[in-house]
Design a protein around this ligand. Structure first.
Ligand code: GLA
Length: 385
């Protein structure tokens, strides 16, 4: 939505002018999937797909929220912020406001219009973008100094405890801390991070949404978390580790016999994926995009066979991508069970890639995939209008 249109819509809804624009990013993850909550390293990057919040401070005792494309206004009373957990829309915003208030940030009444261009349920972290954008908005309106990493942690807490999704820190961190044209190598056990230029030479990253209808992703996600926690507890009876990411593939081979069935498969994915992240970063820094692509494929196979979070749609989309001669690798990103893939494709071949993969996917699945024009941008932005 263009700035002029957003300002007009804001005025039509709230009867006054928007004064500020706060944004936070959706993200891709180059590699390191389902390892953030196991203390592993992840490698996300912030996108041009974002949650845009147009706002004005009112000083009233409510936060009023309007969402693009949805009729009506959601009103959150500032002294009742703990009572909106069951809202279908507005609960992420309420959760963030609630925890900011709990940590001592004075919540100031405001009117907010949300234009979120991160597709919902796409695995590109629309929820993190909404949370982080809200956290910045309310911190700015409170007039307090804030630390972006702390806002990411607070946003994660809101998602875990208020919205009830037991996610790791990757999405909120990328949304807040992303940097233009860089991926963030984040160690989720210490929150130490490093920006690595996402330089792919003649290649581009193509983001594709399989458009599978959203279906119980949160509950399946929470089950995976329990399975890896079970694995960790068993391994801790023989090895003094604090998280699965501390195990090398060799360490894992020593203890593998203690684990059975899916618990063993889940843990194996985590350990091998952590090793792949290190290799992928090395490959990228050395400009070896072919090797990076190979590691993306390996990651997908592991998410398919060991972690079992892909499904026929993501498998088809990434397999059709891999069939293309100008594609070096493809994998699902995010929680899985639907959502997006990323593929590394020769820049000059992107158009044909989208056409052919799109058609093959439609012919085999029966509905269309979406392809997005993306770029890697900063996480948070703050603009006076
Ligand atoms: C979701 C979660 C993240 C992470 C990914 C899988 O996006 O929000 O914390 O666990 O799934 O890597």
């Amino acid at each position: 939505m263009e700035l002029m249109d957003a300002k007009k819509e804001f005025k039509a809804i709230f009867g006054a002018d928007a004064e500020d624009l706060f944004t936070a990013a959706g993200r891709i993850n180059v590699i390191g999937e389902h390892v953030d909550y196991c203390g592993g390293k992840v490698f996300p990057a912030a996108l041009n797909l974002r949650c845009n919040v147009y706002g004005r401070k009112t000083g009233a005792d409510v936060i009023r929220i309007a969402l693009k494309g949805i009729e009506g206004i959601i009103t959150l009373e500032i002294d009742k912020l703990d009572s909106y957990k069951n809202l279908k829309l507005g609960n992420y915003q309420a959760g963030v406001a609630y925890y900011l208030q709990e940590e001592g940030t004075p919540i100031v009444g405001c009117d907010l219009f949300y234009d979120c261009t991160v597709p919902f349920g796409s695995g590109l972290s629309s929820s993190a973008a909404i949370e982080v954008a809200t956290a910045v908005t309310l911190s700015e309106y409170a007039g307090v100094a804030y630390d972006k990493v702390k806002l990411a942690l607070l946003s994660q807490k809101a998602e875990n405890k208020y919205a009830g999704v037991n996610c790791g820190i990757m999405d909120q961190f990328a949304s807040a801390m992303g940097k233009k044209d860089h991926a963030v190598l984040l160690d989720c056990s210490t929150l130490a991070y490093e920006y690595v230029p996402l330089k792919l030479g003649d290649y581009a990253i193509v983001v594709a949404n399989c458009n599978k209808p959203h279906n119980l992703v949160e509950s399946k996600y929470n089950v995976r978390r329990q399975e890896v926690e079970t694995a960790l507890k068993i391994i801790q009876t023989v090895k003094p580790v604090t998280c699965l990411a501390e195990l090398t593939p060799d360490d894992f081979n020593e203890v593998k016999h203690l684990l059975a069935g899916v618990v063993c498969k889940r843990a194996e994915h985590v350990v091998m994926e952590c090793a792949r992240v290190n290799e992928a970063v090395k490959a990228l820094k050395a400009g070896d995009i072919v090797e990076l692509g190979r590691l993306l494929n390996e990651s997908h196979y592991s998410l398919r066979d060991l972690y079992e979070v892909t499904g026929k749609e993501l498998d088809a989309l990434s397999a059709f991508a891999r069939n293309e001669t100008e594609c070096l690798g493809s994998r699902m990103i995010g929680a899985g069970f639907g959502g997006c893939t990323i593929s590394i494709v020769k820049k000059t071949a992107v158009e044909g890639f989208i056409r052919r993969v799109g058609k093959a996917y439609f012919d085999s699945i029966g509905y269309r995939a979406s392809f997005y024009e993306t770029s890697i941008e900063d996480g948070i932005t703050v603009t006076k209008l």
